[in-house]
Design a protein around this ligand. Structure first.
Ligand code: NAD
Ligand code: MG
Length: 411
C-alpha cells in the first residue's frame, strides 16, 4: 500500500481530457504530488505549457519533428524552469512509463496505442491509474497477470469502474477478483450505468446524417472526441463491460448495463443479501482521478458538491440493443474471446476515425465493427497471449476495416 508521502507522477497522454484533469488535481496538492514525465502525440504548445507549469523532468513526443516543435514552443514560453529532457518515439514512451521515477502512472493515451506503455508501467510494479480502457479490452488477461506478477496496483479511472471499485468490499487488492474466489464476499452482479449519449431520444432514421460535432456533444461529460463518439454509439459501454470483466473477474452474464440519463449514479454493485451499493457524484472525472491518486486516502478534487435537490430526479431504463447495436456486438466479442475483443476495438478505432474525418456515416460504424468481427471468426486465430500477438491481430483487423471503410465510401 502506498504511503501518503510525496509522490512523483507520470502522465501518459497529458494533453488530453483525462491528462488535463489529472494535472488539475495534482495542481491542488503541491505538497503531495510532483510531475515526473508528461507525454503527448500532438499539440506541442500545450505540452510545453504543461511542462513549464508543472516543472516536468521529462517529456515524450512521437517523432523528431515534434521534438523540434516542442523546443520552439519552449523557447517562446521562456520559462524560468530548466528545459525537460525531451525523449522521442514509442520505445521512449514505454521506457518512461517503466522508469524508476514516476511511482504513479496515469495511463490516459486514447486507443490501443496506449497498451505498450500502460503494460510497461504494470510490469514495473507501479501504481497504474487506468483510463485507457482499450488497453484492457485488447490485452485483459495478460495485463491483469502482469499486475499480479509484479505487485503493481491497478486503480480504475473510468468513472463506472472507479464507482464499482469504491462499492466493492474493502480488500487489499480489489481488482481481479473472480466470482468464485473467497475474496468475492457475496458480490452477485455489477451494474454499469450509461447516459445513453446525445442520441438517446432521436429516431434511428434521423441518425443517418449526424455530424461528428453532434456525436461529440455529450449531454453530461466533456471528453476527447473518440470516447465521445463511442458514448454515442454505446460501444464505449461495450468496452467498459469487457473492462469490468477483466478488472473484477466477472463473467459477461453478471454484468448489466442500465441507462441513467443524469450520470449521477456512476455504477452499482449488487450483493447476495439484496443490498445494492451505488457511488454518486457530479459527472466530473476529477473525482475518480483524485480517488486513484490518493487511495486509500480521499483528497480534494475541486469537484462541486452533489446537490440532489437540484438534480431533482434520477431515472433508469433498460437498454434498447436495437438502438445500440455496438453494445450487443461488444457482449458477443467478450463471450467469443480475446481475439474478438482485439478485433472489436481495432475496427471501432478505424471506423470512428473515419467518421470523425467525415469519411464514414455514423450508422456505418456498427456495420464496420460487425463485419470485422465476422471476418475475425473466419481467421481462426487463437487468443493472443503476449503483446506481440495482440498488436499483430490489431494491425490485420485495422487493414481489413480500412478496406471496408473504403468500399463503404465508394458505394
Ligand atoms: P483525448 O483524445 O482527449 O487525449 C488523448 C491523449 O493521448 C492526448 O494527450 C494525445 O496526444 C495522446 N495520444 C493520442 N494518440 C496517441 C498515440 N498514438 N500515441 C501516444 N499518445 C497518443 O482522450 P481522453 O478523452 O483524455 O481519453 C483518454 C483515455 O481515457 C481513453 O482511453 C478514454 O477511453 C479514457 N477515458 C476518458 C474519459 C474522459 O472523460 N475523457 C473517461 C473515461 C475513460
Ligand atoms: Mg466510463
Amino acid at each position: 500500500m502506498m504511503s501518503p508521502q510525496f509522490t512523483d507522477v507520470t502522465i501518459l497522454g497529458s494533453t488530453g481530457s483525462i491528462g488535463q484533469n489529472t494535472l488539475d488535481v495534482i495542481g491542488r496538492h503541491p505538497d503531495r504530488y510532483a510531475v515526473y514525465a508528461l507525454t503527448a502525440h500532438s499539440n506541442m504548445q500545450k505540452l510545453a505549457e504543461q511542462a513549464a507549469q508543472f516543472h516536468a523532468k521529462c517529456v515524450v513526443v512521437p517523432h523528431a519533428l515534434a521534438a523540434q516543435n516542442f523546443d520552439l514552443n519552449w523557447v517562446n514560453l521562456s520559462p524560468k524552469t530548466k528545459k525537460p529532457d525531451v525523449r522521442v518515439g514509442p520505445q521512449a514512451l514505454v521506457e518512461t512509463a517503466a522508469d524508476s521515477s514516476g511511482r504513479i502512472v496515469m495511463a490516459a493515451i486514447v486507443g490501443a496505442a496506449g497498451l505498450p506503455a500502460a503494460l510497461a508501467a504494470a510490469q514495473a510494479g507501479k501504481r497504474v491509474l487506468l483510463a485507457n480502457k482499450e488497453a484492457l479490452v485488447a490485452a485483459g488477461s495478460f495485463f491483469m497477470q502482469a499486475v499480479c506478477d509484479n505487485q503493481a496496483e491497478l486503480l480504475p479511472i473510468d468513472s463506472e469502474h472507479n464507482a464499482i471499485f469504491q462499492c466493492l468490499p474493502h480488500l487489499e487488492n480489489k481488482t481481479n477478483q473472480s466470482p468464485d474466489s473467497p475474496n468475492n464476499k457475496g458480490v452477485t452482479r455489477i451494474v454499469l450505468t450509461a447516459s445513453g449519449g446525445p442520441f438517446r431520444q432521436r429516431s434511428s432514421d434521423s441518425l443517418k446524417h449526424v455530424t461528428p460535432d453532434e456525436a461529440c456533444a455529450h449531454p453530461n461529460w466533456s471528453m476527447g472526441r473518440k470516447i465521445s463518439v463511442d458514448s454515442a454509439t454505446m460501444l464505449n459501454k461495450g468496452l467498459e463491460v469487457i473492462e469490468a470483466h477483466w478488472l473484477f473477474g466477472m463473467p459477461a452474464d453478471k454484468i448489466d448495463v442500465l441507462i441513467h440519463p443524469q450520470s449521477i449514479v456512476h455504477s452499482m454493485v449488487e450483493y447476495n443479501d439484496g443490498s445494492v451499493l451505488a457511488q454518486m457524484g457530479n459527472p466530473d472525472m476529477r473525482t475518480p482521478i483524485a480517488y486513484g491518486l490518493g487511495f486509500p486516502d480521499r483528497i480534494a478534487a475541486g469537484v462541486s458538491p452533489l446537490n440532489l435537490a437540484c438534480v431533482g430526479k434520477l431515472e433508469f431504463e433498460a437498454v434498447d440493443f436495437v438502438r445500440y447495436p455496438c453494445l450487443e456486438l461488444s457482449f458477443m466479442a467478450l463471450r467469443s474471446g480475446q481475439a474478438a475483443c482485439v478485433a472489436l476495438n481495432a475496427a471501432n478505432e478505424v471506423a470512428v476515425e473515419s467518421f470523425l474525418n467525415h469519411n464514414l456515416g455514423y450508422l456505418n460504424i456498427s456495420h464496420i465493427v460487425s463485419e470485422a468481427l465476422d471476418w475475425q471468426v473466419g481467421q481462426g486465430w487463437s487468443n493472443p497471449s503476449c503483446i506481440e500477438d495482440v498488436l499483430t491481430i490489431d494491425q490485420l483487423v485495422r487493414t481489413f476495416a480500412k478496406e471496408v471503410c473504403q468500399k463503404t465510401l465508394k458505394s
